[in-house]
Design a protein around this ligand. Structure first.
Ligand SMILES: Nc1ncnc2c1ncn2[C@@H]1O[C@H](COP(=O)(O)OP(=O)(O)OP(=O)(O)O)[C@@H](O)[C@H]1O
Ligand SMILES: [Mg+2]
Length: 487
């Protein structure tokens, strides 16, 4: 019932689980490494490309510088005899306009047909810009081409562009493999480092989880759990968290211990005061009764006053007894637990209630078999009586009240239901706390007394039995259910 309800502890996230800090750190580190490696590879590839292309252009220029500038028709040179001045793969096409006729001849490397070389030449002639250019000619592939015109002679040299693309391709493949390797290596490395660095945090979370399950609300406030010294080393950030956590636990422990000490003092005071008040109260009641009964000629108002003194001292005695009982249950529950016939207790309590109030309709729902619980019969009777008394005093005449008993799952379950107006919503959450009450005026009008201790006693007694009490109340249906362990 009034046990503090701990929020459910979330399960610890799996290592590298979605949303974990470790996963984010690893992914971000890997992404950073990937970015840097890719950028470096691109930069290197670009630089290599420039160098290779400049080399190729240099070859073209030196080839064209070394060519003989003569009209091809002048001496009837054999084109094949000109060789391959640019080195490997150089295509050279010379042409000259002689008597309005374009003549050209080609020196070509293996694998490039004469037609393809001429196609390259023609493709180059259609270009408006001069200087080195990449030209793709049908059947000849991609070539780096340089054209120069001197003394009416146009000369074209070309080298296969594969001199740039081939090394670039292997370099790019190499860079790609290296990038992949670097990413993989950084992922594995980052994962190891992050896991190792965050392990103390995981242990810290486990410690915090264990602390969160401690029943701190009761007991002497001892908090027996601390973060291990190795994880509370101020040299590291996580260690500082561990150290701060330990300081916090020390603080909580001393605060709880101080609270427990002061609560013990208050309880002791209440127990002592209640105990000491019982005797003078009994004397007051006794003398009042004696005076009232011993004299026949008391004026009416004196007799009335004495009657009031008796009634009020009776009420105060009941209150003092309740306080004493609560104080005792708080400090050391002294219950006499033994196999107890709960059926009989419920039966007796309901017949007492029936005798007390005929304004209400009382009914019973008992199982055929006797239910035996491990309980203190006197206290259990008091609990059921309190619930029935509430159903009587806090509901209007004519209300039906039903007490039921059943045995289920190792528990003796007693319910007291009524079809009265219900427990006011604003006190439902605190109804089992001491001095919680609502309709004082109505109770007074009905001639009853209300201190707000009845349900606190119910809760304390039932808890001391190792059981619990619950309330389910709405207008027209209110049910108090208590459970105590079966014998
Ligand atoms: N069956 C019920 N129907 C409606 N209200 C109820 C019922 N039982 C309890 N309550 C409400 O809960 C409050 C607390 O009940 P509790 O028994 O602790 O104190 P009390 O009856 O007021 O005083 P006492 O100490 O004499 O029992 C009551 O004042 C009443 O407002
Ligand atoms: Mg009551």
């Amino acid at each position: 019932m009034t046990q503090p309800v701990l929020p459910p502890t979330p399960p610890p996230p799996a290592a590298m689980g979605k949303g974990t800090l470790s996963r984010q750190l690893v992914l971000r580190t890997t992404a950073l490494v990937a970015l840097v490696t890719v950028a470096l590879s691109m930069f290197t590839a670009l630089a290599s490309f420039q160098i290779l292309q400049n080399q190729l252009d240099g070859q073209l220029r030196s080839a064209i510088d070394r060519l003989p500038w003569r009209s091809p028709s002048g001496d009837g040179d054999d084109p094949a005899g000109r060789g391959d001045p640019g080195g490997s793969g150089l295509i050279r096409v010379d042409s000259a306009t002689v008597d309005g006729q374009v003549l050209y001849w080609v020196t070509r490397p293996d694998g490039v047909s004469r037609d393809a070389a001429i196609a390259l030449y023609n493709a180059m002639l259609t270009r408006t810009t001069r200087g080195e250019a990449n030209v793709h000619a049908e059947g000849a592939g991609l070539y780096r081409v340089l054209v120069q015109t001197r003394q009416d002679i146009t000369t074209l040299v070309a080298l296969p562009y594969s001199q740039v693309t081939a090394p670039m391709t292997s370099q790019l493949i190499m860079a790609g493999l290296l990038t992949l390797g670097a990413i993989l290596l950084s992922y594995v490395g980052a994962r190891r480092v992050v896991e190792r660095s965050l392990r103390p945090l995981t242990r810290l979370a486990a410690t915090a989880t264990r602390v969160s399950t401690l029943p701190l609300a009761s007991g002497e406030g001892h908090v027996p759990i601390r973060v291990a010294p190795a994880d509370a080393n101020p040299a590291s950030e996580v260690g500082r968290v561990g150290l701060a956590f330990n300081h916090m636990l020390d603080n909580v422990e001393s605060a709880l211990a101080a609270r427990h000490r002061s609560e013990t003092k208050v309880r002791q005071f209440v127990a002592d005061a209640s105990h000491e008040l019982r005797n003078p109260l009994a004397s007051i009641r006794g003398y009042a009764e004696l005076t009232r009964r011993g004299s026949d000629e008391l004026p009416d108002d004196t007799a009335h006053a004495l009657g009031r003194i008796e009634a009020e001292s009776e009420r105060m005695t009941a209150l003092v007894q309740d306080l004493l009982l609560l104080a005792r249950l708080d400090s050391e529950p002294t219950l006499e637990l033994r196999p107890t016939d709960v059926t009989e207790i419920v039966l007796n309590a309901v017949s007492d209630a029936r005798a007390t109030s005929s304004d209400h309709t009382w009914s019973l729902d008992l199982p055929e078999d006797v239910v035996t619980a491990r309980a203190d019969p006197h206290r259990l009777h008091q609990v059921v009586t309190n619930l029935l008394a509430n159903a009587r005093t806090h509901t209007p005449p004519g209300t039906s009240v039903e007490a039921s008993l059943r045995a289920a799952d190792g528990w003796a379950v007693i319910s007291v239901s009524d079809n009265g107006p219900g427990v006011p919503a604003e006190i439902q959450d605190s109804v089992f706390e001491r001095f919680t009450r609502a309709d004082v005026s109505r109770v007074r009008r009905a001639g009853g007394s209300s201190t707000g201790l009845g349900l606190a006693i119910v809760a304390a007694v039932v808890n001391a039995h190792g059981g619990d009490v619950t309330l389910d109340s709405r207008p027209g249906r209110t049910t108090f259910t208590i459970r105590v362990p079966l014998a």
